[in-house]
Design a protein around this ligand. Structure first.
Ligand SMILES: Cc1cc2nc3c(=O)[nH]c(=O)nc-3n(C[C@H](O)[C@H](O)[C@H](O)COP(=O)(O)OP(=O)(O)OC[C@H]3O[C@@H](n4cnc5c(N)ncnc54)[C@H](O)[C@@H]3O)c2cc1C
Length: 280
């Protein structure tokens, strides 16, 4: 277990919020912005869901005190959406109000497809009163083109990713080339939404989005390119050097296994990296 914890450190900034703020400071020093994520998902009881909400509140306050350039990302199942939507929404409102007080921003990560509609419902139920909250859409899902059009109509801040969860072909494109084509299509749609955020390490997707944004007349300060902590760090710096706004997703905390597993699953080289280090 200790060896795995060591390996997870490539993708996770540390156990404690102080570790994460240290990582954000280092990113900021290179001109990169951050979004901080307290790792956790699938809370199964009220006490752990409320504890997760408290940690998010603490995170916002610590970010405010430290003066670093970062906002936060969270998952609604961490706040209890898996067993009590009302509890998750109440906690989200509390967190978003605190973010607004501190001039920050809250991004709701998107989870597996069984939660997509619920996540969007909770998000839209508060968005009109609380514009300091944004959502994530996943290009792998067949529904996403329509969700992107809705987001444009309702002036929603969207992060577009490919999607990290294993999904059935009934809801998601099974072929990577279709996911990529849908990513490009949705990125072009989202050029009309406020601050579209392209979350991908895929150069072809980034180039396609940049072309669409340019054609739509967006300047560099009007969109973001986002990457995950520990992945393609050099590329992130190159994009920053070209003047793009680049934000790094920085996870921290002890509940790192599901996040780590998704990073391993999406790239076989990472499995080899784990195996090699494990046997060494
Ligand atoms: C900022 C950010 C936020 C995200 N938020 C969510 C979310 O809320 N919900 C969700 O479902 N998913 C989220 N994701 C994950 C995303 O859906 C993908 O699973 C992940 O980014 C890999 O897809 P890709 O777009 O990078 O393209 P891919 O085609 O998978 O990869 C393109 C290239 O990127 C590099 N790369 C990609 N993944 C890895 C890796 N794990 N290790 C090393 N190199 C890699 C490789 O060079 C690869 O060739 C997020 C991703 C980012 C960057």
């Amino acid at each position: 277990m200790r060896a795995l914890t060591f390996l997870a450190r490539r993708f996770v900034a540390g156990d404690q919020i102080g570790d994460a703020i240290g990582a954000v400071r280092a990113l900021n020093a290179e001109g990169l912005k951050a979004t901080l994520d307290n790792l956790g998902e699938d809370s199964t009881d009220k006490a752990s869901a409320l504890a997760a909400a408290d940690e998010n509140m603490l995170m916002l306050r610590r970010l405010g005190e430290s003066g670093v350039d970062a906002n936060i990302s969270l998952k609604l199942t961490q706040l209890g959406m898996g067993f009590d939507d009302g509890l998750a929404k109440e906690s989200l409102l509390r967190i978003v109000a605190e973010a607004e007080r501190l001039g920050s921003f809250v991004r709701i990560d998107m989870e597996g497809s069984k939660f997509t509609q619920k996540t969007l419902d909770i998000f839209y139920s508060i968005h009109d009163q609380h514009p300091g909250v944004g959502i994530v859409l996943q290009a792998m899902l067949r529904r996403t083109e329509q969700d992107a059009k809705d987001a444009v109509a309702r002036k929603v801040r969207v992060r577009l990713c490919k999607g990290a969860y294993k999904e059935p072909a009934t809801v998601a494109f099974p072929d990577k080339k279709d996911v990529d084509a849908n990513y490009d299509k949705c990125a072009a749609i989202l050029a009309k939404a406020p601050v579209p955020a392209m979350a991908t390490h895929d150069d072809a997707r980034i180039e396609s989005a940049l072309k669409a944004f340019d054609a739509a007349g967006l300047v560099k300060s009007e969109y973001e390119l986002q990457m995950l902590y520990g992945i393609r760090a050099k590329r992130a710096r190159e994009l920053r050097a070209k003047g793009h706004v680049v934000r790094i997703y920085v996870p921290y905390g002890t509940h790192w296994f599901p996040y780590f597993y998704r990073r391993i699953r999406e790239r076989k080289e990472n499995l080899l990296f784990v195996a090699r280090n494990f046997f060494e």
